[in-house]
Design a protein around this ligand. Sequence first.
Ligand code: ACO
Length: 372
Amino acid sequence: MSDYSKGLQGVVAGESKIGLVDGTQGVLAYLGYPIQVLAQYSTYEETAFLLLNGRLPKKKELSAFEEKLKKYRALPSEALEVIELLPSETHPMEALQTVVSLLGSFSKVTDLKEKSIELIAQFPTIVAHCWCMKHKKEVTLPHEDLSHAANFLYMLHGEEPAPDVARMFDICLILHAEHSFNASTFTARVVASTLTTLHASISAAIGALYGPLHGGANEKVLDMISDVASEKQVNEWVSEKMDRKEKIMGMGHRVYKVKDPRSYILEEMLKTLSTKLKNMTTYKILKEIETVVRKEMEKQGKDIWPNVDFFSGALYELMGISRELFTPVFAISRISGWCAHVLEQLEDNRIYRPACQYVGARNVAYKPIETR
Ligand code: ACO
């Protein structure tokens, strides 16, 4: 019983060279590159290469990688037929999970790293096509000349995004690509450790990311503040939530005991886009919630700060991305981290099989059904 830690808090479940998360110092780095540096200088394509290969690409390697990502973007027509059959109330995360499982049967690629590139390329197409078909909009096929980020917005909206919006979205993808042993990545590694297929591991990871305590929180942040009209109402709104012992979505983190380093960058981009669009309301409400909740949490001695989901949803909304797509957008980015972890897991695999402290009944007498 002494080794037991609820939710595996603080348990070291494996070794990894991919993502460094220092929750006390507020550090996130991929393969040693701080997230701030990647957000400033890199692209999602280059970051995905870094995650899969453990190093930055040379010029030619990056071009070849980008070309591959473009080559694999299109989905087989059978996938579109299956999407068409999904009930209209299907959440895009459920649709994504279904289509990824299905694509496992269609992939002709055998090499695992190549399969990863194929999946990274397909994710934006799956999400955009599912969304358009669910909303009876014409499906926009991938655009060969656009970057990974710009192409997703293009397929979603049917028109090319403004370059500054495309770059902001690119940075969002970089920021969400990897985060060490979070619930979905750990899920991917656990499933991969059984030596099942890449598609099975990734499909399980999608299921984990869907939950409101993980990736689903970004969708819930804006739902949560839908009845807050201005920052003036925040004080009372927070008090009511605290009285009801409700959690503030987008705040708190298992590892970070300071403000999530990604949320600083997302906050800055939200401010920039809100200013450009002359629509500061949500930004101001979120900032006020941060201030009021921080004060309250300090009083209670708790290290609850904004996490990556706190500002991202508001930013996506300004980019014209619908709330239901916030978590799928997270998946479009995190797929590269998941694949990198599956590859790393398989390099030195041992099946995950933790112990359990049994606390149930023992030696119970079996009563025949007539006498129960
Ligand atoms: N609002 C109010 N109180 C909170 C919050 C919050 N967002 N988060 C934690 N607390 C409180 C808890 O009530 C608990 O208080 P108690 O000790 O008095 O019971 C204490 O802080 C510790 O919280 P736990 O939930 O036990 O922390 P845990 O590490 O298990 O959970 C989690 C972390 C799930 C992220 C949690 O903070 C939470 O539910 N946040 C809201 C959902 C969210 O934003 N999820 C996204 C996380 S980032 C990501 O996955 C991409």
